[in-house]
Design a protein around this ligand. Structure first.
Ligand SMILES: [Zn+2]
Length: 255
């Protein structure tokens, strides 16, 4: 079985191990049969709205991971759209030069905010995939900076030529799947919260297996648990193969 993990954070200052912790995490990924990971960066290392200098540190760590584990790690560039167009364009240029394949948005702003415009233009111009943090916000009063699946759908309709990964299928849930169903440029990764029976099956039924991507959010979630969401789902073997590796390989044009 071939496996690519589209959502990992190999360096997490929270666990106080820094770059040393990354090697251990990636060894654990390999022990689970994972052949490639997407590293999204230590996105909350400096809080929810990092400065340009802080973003550079986060993205330098991701670039280091790509060099240190060449062929095993693909990096996404973490950005803070609220810093403005010039800062966004500078950091995207640095990321593209280093071979990053996507842009990672966390909780600096809501995905439907106007400040997303320059970043989405850059994504389209450079063929970068946008991975947007998302969670069903019906119960949390932080939508000012926390993106709901409805906001991902708004973003996707404004920029139909940009491929978007909506993070956290389990956090987005049934209503999240329905929110992006009519947006063919939105994929969903299977991370988020504890596994819930039936959610992966529901996403496959509504979106098609082609739009579902295996992601763990490791080390926040364990690889074994994250993989079992897919291997334990009542779906066809061909759908499992698509979710576990084929979709992400095609989306990121990996060898
Ligand atoms: Zn994450």
């Amino acid at each position: 079985m071939r496996i690519i993990d589209v959502h990992t954070h190999p360096i997490l200052r929270l666990d106080r191990r820094g770059r040393k912790g990354a090697a251990q995490l990636l060894a654990r990924a390999q022990a689970h049969g994972i052949e490639h990971v997407v590293a999204l960066g230590d996105v909350l290392a400096y809080g929810r709205s990092p400065t340009e200098a802080q973003l550079r540190k986060i993205n330098d760590d991701t670039a280091w991971l790509m060099r240190e584990h060449a062929g095993f790690v693909t990096g996404f560039c973490h950005l803070n759209p609220t810093l403005g167009a010039a800062a966004v364009r500078r950091e995207v240029a640095r990321g593209v030069a280093r071979g990053f394949r996507g842009l990672k948005l966390e909780i600096a702003n809501n995905a439907s905010d106007a400040c997303m415009q320059p970043l989405m233009e850059e994504a389209e111009q450079h063929g970068l995939v946008v991975l947007q943090h998302a969670w069903s916000m019906t119960k949390i009063r932080e939508r000012r900076f926390h993106t709901d699946p409805e906001d991902v759908a708004t973003l996707a309709r404004r920029f139909p030529r940009v491929q978007i990964i909506m993070a956290h299928l389990t956090g987005c849930g049934v209503r999240g799947v329905l929110a992006v169903k009519d947006c063919p440029n939105v994929f969903v990764d299977t991370s988020g919260a504890a596994p819930e029976a039936g959610v992966v099956e529901y996403a496959v039924a509504q979106l098609g297996a082609e739009r579902v991507l295996y992601g763990s959010d490791a080390p926040i979630r364990d690889f074994g648990v994250a993989l079992a969401r897919i291997t334990g789902a009542q779906i066809m073997a061909a759908a499992q193969r698509k979710i576990l590796s084929e979709n992400t390989r095609a989306l990121l044009r990996l060898p």
